[in-house]
Design a protein around this ligand. Structure first.
Ligand code: SF4
Length: 366
């Protein structure tokens, strides 16, 4: 039976042949260890199992410390996913299901069903921008919920939201994509079933899904795309581009740059691995560096003070976002904290956004 996790669907649906290239099809967590710890902290806070004060400085199950930065960044997500009057409301919800041809596993960060609307929320802690639109992982999680829990549910609308607190984005830190329930079943769900039932061997490159592909360093399609990208980037351009062509040129160069960057990173990882195992690679060797000095495991300020007489502790204010959550818990209006804090504008950053999404965002703001 073919098995896949929802996290690999963005790659598998776009490049059916990736499954045949070898490498793990096991789940991976966006944002690495820190992202996994952030998702854990968010689930604990959202389910009311602990407060942020209780979580601060503790370790997530993967051994990563829950830092102030993690708590600050997940606070807004926890407030945003709060749903009253939901017929179904769960964090870290298992939506895995199987047919006689395939098994699809998936854990949703948050799912709720209110009225006839299904809400799927995903917290992304990494810096690489993740969009909700046409996001096969979110679609698979929604489809999995329908298969597993939604036999009698009338789902008219599905709202899929990416919560990405760290990188700036013209559409904000929470970006949503809305589809009709019938489209999920008839269009997207059917495509997922077809691909998982009999995945083809066709390879198709794309920056978004090749980036984390375990087969990237040996993939013939990716090698060709990178070489084509070098050609595109090497073509001399000395005329002034009209405005309408500038966007197209930026798109083309961004795709070329991502193809080269992805392949370069995969080959650098491969070279590092081989050098560690004694290979000789011309013009390359491994340098070694030390990290900044850190305290040994298990030490705390009181122990250091007892040994040395030095007070190494720091008293820190919690952030305004954490204070808003605290205010809410204590029956104080979060607007009080708004009045005591501010948001500064950052330098404008060029961000790619479709005309449709931009129009919707502007209408929401009015
Ligand atoms: S590197 Fe890209 S094209 Fe090659 S198998 Fe992976 S996803 Fe497919």
């Amino acid at each position: 039976m073919f098995e896949a996790d929802a996290t690999v669907l963005p790659r598998l649906m776009n490049c059916n042949g990736s499954h045949a290239m070898g490498g793990a099809l096991a789940p991976f967590i966006s944002g690495g260890d820190e992202g996994e710890a952030a998702r854990y902290a968010a689930a604990i806070l959202a389910s009311g199992q602990a407060t942020s004060q209780q979580l601060r400085g503790t370790k997530a199950p993967n051994g990563f410390f829950i830092t102030d930065e993690i708590l600050e960044n997940v606070a807004e997500y926890v407030l945003a996913i709060k749903q009253d009057n939901a017929a179904f409301n769960a964090v870290w919800c298992d939506v895995s299901f199987a047919t006689d041809r395939f098994k699809l596993t998936g854990i949703a960060d948050h799912i709720s069903f209110v009225g006839a609307t299904l809400y799927i929320d995903k917290l992304v802690f990494g810096w690489g921008i993740v969009e909700p639109k046409d996001n096969w992982e979110l679609l698979a999680l929604a489809y999995g919920w329908l298969q597993r829990y939604g036999a009698n549910a009338v789902v008219e609308t599905i709202v899929m939201t990416i919560h990405q607190p760290r990188p700036s984005h013209v559409l904000g830190r929470q970006r949503e994509w809305i589809i009709e329930g019938k489209d999920l079943l008839n269009r997207y769900g059917r495509s997922i079933s077809e691909v998982l039932s009999a995945p083809s061997k066709t390879l198709r490159t794309g920056a978004a899904w090749c980036r984390k592909c375990p087969a990237l360093k040996r993939c013939p399609a990716a090698r060709e795309a990178a070489m084509n990208a070098v050609d595109v980037a090497s073509q001399a351009q000395n005329e002034v581009l009209p405005d309408e062509m500038l966007g197209q040129e930026l798109d083309a160069l961004q795709a070329a740059s991502a193809a080269i960057e992805n392949r370069l990173k995969a080959l650098q990882d491969d070279a590092t691995y081989r050098l560690k195992n004694g290979a000789v690679i011309s013009n390359y060797s491994l340098g070694s560096e030390e990290t900044a000095r850190k305290w040994n495991e298990g030490l705390d300020p009181s122990f250091i003070k007892m040994l040395t007489g030095l007070d190494v502790s720091v008293t820190k204010m919690i952030t305004p976002t954490q204070a808003k959550a605290l205010a809410k818990q204590n029956g104080i209006a979060p607007a009080v904290i708004d009045g005591l804090s501010r948001r500064d504008s950052k330098a404008p950053k060029l961000t790619r956004v479709s005309a449709n999404d931009l129009a919707k965002h502007k209408m929401k703001g009015n």
